[in-house]
Design a protein. Structure first.
Length: 328
């Protein structure tokens, strides 16, 4: 039997700002042909139909207390930190050696995982120019599990913001490492969306699989982590996707769906811009997120997010694929 939270409804104040167009339509739910993603949230609010809702969200969080103000200041300082000049002579190590050295530098800067993927045109938002780089270095930063189990709360919002700050600091450090080794590099970290999406290249870079909750599931970090990245043309060896069975696990797991107050997580993958994949109902999710000044319940309750459980689950899934473990 499913044990769901009590029914939830958004406030009239928020819904008065809701645009006539569905966020699901903007995202391409039900579309049979592939196309670039369309900007929808975390973009300049004047440029999107849901911009007034974004402003409403920021107005609410502005009064959330000193901790969130300090965390946002920390994040902005990381974003504003300077980049070093590009050294005139590029590092001439081969792709594998250079990638290994880069990952070592990223780990020393605080990254919990790092991967390399090719930058593809289909990652770029509709109407945005391609960034002009061939390579994307994806960085993962883990969130504190105990803090995230309080979601949605000011404590979890502060934790999310601090991890975005950490992601920005690490991305800046990685970009500076590349620049000091003679390779042009530009960092990017959330929460505001840039000119491209991050989850698809993160999958290609080995950061995990897309889960039922619409976010990544990493084999050791679970779902409770944030992404940042660096764009470059440095000749880095590419990583491969890490397919360990998380998406198949999601097909029978109901933890995130049962815990979602607005009932935004469906039981099956759906067709989105020509691809069948897991998808979260935008029109249900966003109002709850806004009114609670963040959410992440689904990330916290994911079985892979419990400290130490992800690797064990991944091992069990591997045994099941090899026919050496129980089917349930």
């Amino acid at each position: 039997m499913r044990h769901r939270p009590p029914p939830w409804s958004p406030s009239d104040e928020q819904m008065a700002l809701w645009p006539k167009v569905s966020g699901n339509a903007i995202n391409g739910l039900g579309e049979t042909t592939t196309r670039p993603p369309t900007p929808i949230y975390w973009h300049p609010p004047d440029a999107t139909p849901h911009g007034p809702l974004q402003r409403w969200f920021y107005a609410r969080t502005a009064s959330a207390g000193d901790e969130i103000v300090a965390a946002r200041k920390e994040r902005q300082e990381a974003i504003d930190a300077p980049l070093v000049p590009v050294a005139p002579a590029p590092d001439e190590r081969g792709p594998s050696a250079l990638a290994l050295a880069l990952k070592t530098a990223a780990t020393e800067a605080g990254a919990d995982d790092v991967g390399v993927a090719a930058m593809r045109a289909e990652y770029v938002f509709e109407g945005r120019a391609a960034p002009g780089f061939r390579i994307i270095v994806v960085v993962a930063v883990a969130q504190d599990h105990e803090a995230m189990t309080t979601a949605p709360s000011v404590r979890s919002l502060v934790e999310i913001t601090r991890q975005y700050a950490r992601g920005n600091r690490i991305a800046k450090a990685v970009a500076n490492w590349l620049r000091a080794h003679g390779h042009l590099a530009e960092p990017y970290g959330g929460p505001m969306a840039g000119d491209f999406v991050l989850i698809p290249p993160a999958i290609e870079a080995g950061m995990g699989e897309l889960g039922k909750h619409g976010s990544l599931i990493h084999r050791s970090l679970g779902s409770s982590f944030r992404l940042a990245c660096v764009l470059t043309n440095a000749p880095l060896a590419l990583d491969r996707p890490d397919v360990f069975g998380a998406s198949d696990f999601c097909a029978s797991c109901q933890m995130c769906a049962d815990a979602c107050p607005p009932d935004a997580i469906g039981p099956d993958p759906q067709l989105v811009r020509g691809v069948v994949r897991w998808y979260v109902d935008f029109d249900r999710c966003l109002p709850y997120f806004n009114e609670n000044m963040s959410c992440a319940i689904c990330l916290a309750v994911c079985p892979f997010s419990r400290p130490g459980d992800g690797p064990r689950l991944a091992e069990k899934l591997a045994l099941r694929r090899d026919g050496k473990g129980p089917r349930r």
